[in-house]
Design a protein around this ligand. Sequence first.
Ligand SMILES: [Zn+2]
Length: 498
Amino acid sequence: MSVTELVPYDEALSRYEPLIGLETHVELGTSTKMFCGCKVEFGAPPNTTVCPVCLGLPGSLPVANRAAIEYTIKIGLALNCTIATWCRFARKNYFYPDMPKDFQISQYDEPLCINGWLDVVVDGETFRVGIERVHLEEDTGKSLHVGGATGRIHGADYSLVDYNRAGIPLVEVVTKPIPGTGGLAPVVARAYVTELRDLLRSLGVSDVRMEEGSLRCDVNTSLAPIGRAEWGTRTETKNVNSLRSVERAVRFEIERQAAVLDAGLKVMQETRHFHEDKGTTTSGRSKEEAQDYRYFPEPDLVPIAPPPEWVEELRASLPELPAARLIRLQAEWGLSDIDMTWLRNAGALDVVEETVAAGASAADARKWWLGELARLANEAGVELPDVGVTPAQVARVAELVKARSLNDKLGRQVFEAIVAGEGSPDEIVAAHGLAVVSDEGALAEAVDAAIAANPDVAAKIRAGKTAAAGALVGAVMKATKGRADAARAHELILERLS
Ligand SMILES: [Zn+2]
């Protein structure tokens, strides 16, 4: 059953209450796989980092990776979870061509970490997202469908399988249902994944690159008529691979499910595929129930029983977490909530912190990173930290502007030249003759010429309309190709005409 028309978002929200939940898979950044000694390496030639264990050959036996267990406990602690004193791996049985054993070693009713929370701030409002569980499992291999138009199996001529990813340690973080978000549901979902990503990055347990698949989200969405006590049937949109897509997927499902419910139909419990290009979801398979996987305790592995002293040692080793860091940096820098949110969303807190450490004021660091550098990054289609300008270079430009050797306009030209690979700020200033004309003789000449060329403006200023001086400053800037010290030119103009 499907409907083709969507219900406009605000209208859907006027009748239905959304409930969301997220399951996030994180590939851990251990040097070897979960149950064997194969190297973990992104981009290695296909089927080169494999062995009998991760290929599931008969007679091979798994051994758990201590570092992966340690990383998982750290994640659990950072998410305020209780760490199990004893737990086991379980076999999750299903057939999939990129899973060589035909079962996945996972955790079922005995996860390593349970019952935590993560605070997420949206528009100044804090949502406490409950964490149901954090468990450890192994990743599957990867199928590549060749010949079809979409890269999906449907319509492909043949498929290739790469087992390099099979057996990479994977942590799954499952939230409890997140009620009470109302129309903010898509934004809360995105903010949660952002917060989780930053938390994982600060722990150093994963490179959390969504575009490379080391962080992948399944987004659960359901709707219930407003005022109804029980929740609606949920859909699970699989493998959403960017923060923006998380938000779009929830929004689309709200508009789609509202249309299904409006038509008097039932929402199917199913998995759905998200289509990046159109921002839509389409039906996948009907959702398996846990019993379909015939879970049972993994007989080839011993239980995990982390000693309490070890857990406490790991707790003590946790770094400053992103929420605490944000509060500290905001107090140190004196920036607004909006600036901090923007910097954080742009992944630019580190570069601003380094720019300040290199001697710039927080206000200058903010001005350049959120202004010209954000523009250049946007133009190049890269993340702000990857724009090609170092924090030390930003600090140097800020210093030159402060010393009035450069003005803001020339500063922008210097950044453009750095991005174009022309060298350091000082090299560029020297090579292009960008230094501000602050030598009084040259500046005075330009000012006199501007006054002579604009007698009517000069007359106005003489008559007391000093605001008109801007036009003469403009003429001076034009004559010096933007290299004049505008503030000094303004002073000279008023001196001569008063
Ligand atoms: Zn292996």
